[in-house]
Design a protein around this ligand. Sequence first.
Ligand code: CUA
Length: 331
Amino acid sequence: MKRRHRLLAAAAGCAAALPAFADRMQSALHPRGSAASDIAFIWWVMLGGGVVIFVGVLSLLLYGLLARRRPAVRSHRVFVVGGGLVFPGIVLSALLVYTVIVGARLTAPPPPDALVVDVTGHMWWWDVRYEGAGGTALRAANELRIPVGRPVHLRVHSADVIHSFWVPNLAGKIDMIPGRVNRLDLLAQVPGTYRGQCAEFCGLQHTLMALHVVAMPPQEWEHWFAGRRGDAAAPVTQVAARGRQLFAEAGCVACHAVRGLSDPPAGLGPDLTHMGSRPSIAAGVLPNNRGNLAAWIASAQSLKPGSKMPSFHNLDGESLTALAAYLSELE
Ligand code: CUA
């Protein structure tokens, strides 16, 4: 890979990640879900306890240094047995009991009204399937929309190597292991957009494997869900209609599903039926807008080297504009 391309990819990664930190949309210390609150509380208890013990040990050290020339008035045994065995024994046992209780709460079976979603990790994107009464009700990619206040039961899979699903504002991490189904329960308490990140090194573009979780008020979510289950929206503008034609001619349909237009084998590439309403392109590489869509189609291999999306150098500016218009109209 050329140095310029490497720099471009690194810059794109940083640009994509920075707003997430500024907005606290990817922070375990700003919990917006019940599981994340439990985990954050343990973290604060351990930090507070750690600070108290650290200050205590340093004070004793200072005392020992200053008092070393005076005759010993304290028995060594008090410090060795009390400070070395009894005190850590009590503290660690209390922590163990507390974390076992919280762990049991985090892994309790989901209630029957939980929304069940299958999330599959691919190198390097996320396939999202919402379960309905008769199987998959809705398929999406790199974005998970959930209703606030309703338990969500995630079944996580991997299509290739080990990934890890992690949305710090909402819950802890769970590994996505090939050939195995792991489970994670979460419940969003505050509406908002939260950034998730693959948390297990999974190859060249591990950094650029992000996922946005949008927590919506329940009624808004119901409306969104019902409205997204049909076929993709037909192009409104002429340029988008030309884009749809190119989408078929240029071979995009071989990997990308757009309901009502193309139906390739599941998992080859992200489902683009509602590409226009997603916050980002290519699992967090770029913010979603027409300019970036055109740039991504023309230079995917410069922006995310090693991904399965080829760079379409052969397309001229007019074709790229048309394709970008089509995709952004797919709301
Ligand atoms: Cu997938 Cu790291």
